[in-house]
Write a protein that binds this ligand. Sequence first.
Ligand SMILES: [Zn+2]
Length: 355
Amino acid sequence: MAYMIQAKTEDELKGVTLTILKKDYIKLSEFYNKIMNHDVIYCSFCDDWISSNNFYTSKKTKDGINHCGCKSCLLDQATDFDKKTKIRLDNREKTINVFKLLDIPFIESVYKSQLQLLADDVAEKQRTTAYQQLLTLTRSLPQYKGKTFADSEFDVDSDQALEKEETKIIQKTLKSAKKRFGTNYNQEELMFLENEYQDWTNRYPCDNKSQELLFKRVCCKELEIDNAQKNGKDTKDMDATLQNLLGSLNIKPNQKTSSELTDNLTFGQLIDRWEQEKPIPEPEGEFKDPDKIGLLIDVFFKGHLSKMMGLKNAFSTTYEKFISKYTVKKPEYDEDTDSEALFDKIFGQKAEEEV
Ligand SMILES: [Zn+2]
């Protein structure tokens, strides 16, 4: 407990004069009166008695004062303060915690706009923080009157959404792990097993049930060996079993030359491997499609296909343009004039009048 003026002991009393005693008594009673009158309040962060002006008010306590800390301590709790540079920076998590402590609503949109205002206002040199601004606003504006921390408004799209996504992935992994390995393992073990299983089956071919079973056994053995090693037990037998399993799967490293290993891989896995080890580089300028192969593919494959399927897109237009060079068009007559002229030529101009 903070320093409080103590009453004098009997021995001390014997040695003092009446004047000193009087003075000390007044000092003592003044201090205790201050506490009784709520002029000074105990701040647990300072571990001291602080003038009540330095505390926020509260409607929930009998004395009308929020006792969770003095103003400057709460500011320290809600922000990051660098003692060397004397720069105080906002910290969202800490601010939320202090708002929870004060039981006032944290309005994320207002907090963010205050952060933005501070960021724009370079001249002010960060004399204030978004925490202080938001605190003043939520405590003074009528729409937040009587509201508590439970009325806080958070942005859903920020951290929470990310966290949700993460838990979703973990839950999904756990679900498939339980399906594959049963429920005899704890969550941590299941995560390990499933991740190992996915890793093995991504790197090596696994296209029938017996391979699946063997990979499952490999993962379980790995876990067993890990646990045994942690407990300082002998892993010789288990290692041998693991080796056997790998042997059955034909993926034991010491027996295999690299070409034999590649023989086991599917074409997709091979491409993946080449792309990892020796990816095809981008061609240099002079080798970049000198024969316009790209254009020919666009015209005669994609373009032709689009035209066949009756799709109107950039490819079909390119196709039409390209092919028009080699197209002969039927001559067309202008119906109104040409046919009339032809008719006249055959039957004479005044055919009708003569009949
Ligand atoms: Zn304090």
